[in-house]
Ligand binder design. Structure first.
Ligand SMILES: Cc1cc2nc3c(=O)[nH]c(=O)nc-3n(C[C@H](O)[C@H](O)[C@H](O)COP(=O)(O)OP(=O)(O)OC[C@H]3O[C@@H](n4cnc5c(N)ncnc54)[C@H](O)[C@@H]3O)c2cc1C
Length: 377
């Protein structure tokens, strides 16, 4: 088989590259070791967290937002232009939101009163909040396979499922089902960069970040309609997302948590939830970093997520429907884009924001490749 471009990996980053290449008339083969997308791209909140991104990621997030909304129409999956509500429950959190609103007033950030926050988020006990209008939501388990199906219908696009790429050479890939020749190969294997390019992964500091996630039944309290419910972030999220984390008052949040709730910081908890289109809530998450993923999921970690979410919602307990672990690539920067050999490009989103930025990053990388420029993030 001979194509213009081989894409390794059928997560959102790989599919993004395949979409961009196909839309420019290139022939494309997507090679995926599983029989369907099963990686980080289907295990996440489906949160297009546009507004809270830092300077490099923000333009990719804006492009991705436009791509997601268009793809949803074309490929027939749900994408909600729902925005995000960031819930503040302490004075230091209110201060962060006020300075964010001042900084990004022209970009759809507006402050909410306490009652507006609880009403829009479905929470209890907010002191105030902010609405981030540019943020979107998808149901990752439906959206990502729908994009793959849509792509497979395009002329010149081939999927090789259940096929592992064993090695990448200039001029193509070696797979568990034979060789594929290609002028360009883009490797989008998420956190598994080290399997194919161990030296690049080591030099770039790529590690695995594993996260606890749960799906719980909606509690009996009033919640916004599932299809229009915003994503909900909290004070813990303010420590993670660059546009929030760079506000001066986050130092006070960290200090308060260090003194009162160190276990939340030790687990890297980002207390947040999104509403599944069926009505359930996706809740999480925690962050554990290392070269490999510890397979033993400690129950107290899940219990802490459940307790914190129940308190946020003002309910006594939550009923768990599913639990899972997700893994994503983590490194010092938001993105790894590198050409280890002529015709071979490795692309990985290394900050847990691939649903937010992956489609925009892919458009940028394909632009570079077609223009004959060394690709950049
Ligand atoms: C729990 C969790 C919650 C998250 N929440 C959000 C969120 O709400 N918003 C957001 O923006 N981001 C979120 N993220 C991050 C986001 O999900 C990832 O950044 C993004 O999905 C990465 O996409 P990817 O295509 O690079 O990786 P993946 O989706 O992991 O895809 C990589 C693919 O490559 C395949 N592959 C690997 N090696 C080979 C090989 N040798 N041959 C063939 N195939 C191979 C794998 O099987 C896999 O299908 C979250 C991540 C997790 C884990």
């Amino acid at each position: 088989m001979n194509v213009d471009l081989v894409v390794v990996g059928s997560g959102i980053v790989g599919l993004g590259h395949a979409l961009e290449a196909a839309s420019r008339g290139l022939t494309v083969a997507v090679v995926e070791r599983e029989d369907r997308p099963l990686g980080a791209s289907v295990r996440n909140f489906g949160h297009g967290c546009v507004t809270a991104q830092g300077d490099l990621a923000y333009p990719h997030a804006l492009t991705s937002r436009e791509r997601w909304l268009r793809l949803a129409r074309e490929a027939g999956f749900w994408a909600g232009d729902t925005g995000t509500v960031v819930v503040a429950r302490h004075d230091d959190e209110l201060d962060v939101l006020e300075s964010l609103a001042a900084e990004r007033a022209g970009e759809g950030v507006s402050l909410l009163t306490a009652s507006e926050t609880d009403f829009r988020a479905g929470t209890a006990g907010a002191r105030g909040g902010a609405f981030l209008a540019q943020d979107i939501r998808v149901d990752p388990r439906a959206a990502v396979p729908a994009i793959a199906r849509r792509l497979a219908e395009q002329p010149g696009v081939t999927f090789r499922w259940s096929t592992t790429v064993l090695g990448v050479d200039t001029g193509g890939v070696r797979t568990s089902r034979g060789d594929i020749e290609a002028a360009q190969v883009v490797v989008c294997v998420g956190h598994d960069v080290d399997h194919l390019f161990p030296d690049l992964a080591a030099a770039s500091g790529v590690r695995r970040c594993s996260l606890h996630m749960l799906r719980v039944a909606a509690p009996g309290t009033r919640l916004p309609e599932a299809s229009s419910a915003p994503a909900v972030l909290t004070g813990l999220s303010m420590l993670r997302y660059p546009a929030l984390a760079r506000q001066p008052a986050t130092a006070r949040i960290r200090q308060r948590l260090t003194e009162t709730r160190p276990e939340l910081l030790e687990l890297g908890m980002n207390l947040m939830f999104t509403r599944h289109p069926g009505g359930d809530l996706l809740i999480g998450d925690t962050h554990a970093y290392g070269p490999s993923v510890d397979p033993f999921a400690a129950e107290p970690v899940d219990q802490l997520i459940l307790d914190e979410t129940a308190q946020l919602l003002g309910v006594a307990a939550l009923r768990v429907r599913e639990r899972w672990r997700g893994v994503y690539a983590s490194a010092p920067g938001d993105f790894l884009v590198s050409q280890p050999a002529p015709g071979t490009t490795v692309v990985s989103v290394t900050a847990g924001i691939g649903m937010t930025t992956g489609l925009g990053l892919a458009a940028h990388v394909i632009d570079d490749l077609l223009a004959g420029r060394p690709p950049t993030p």
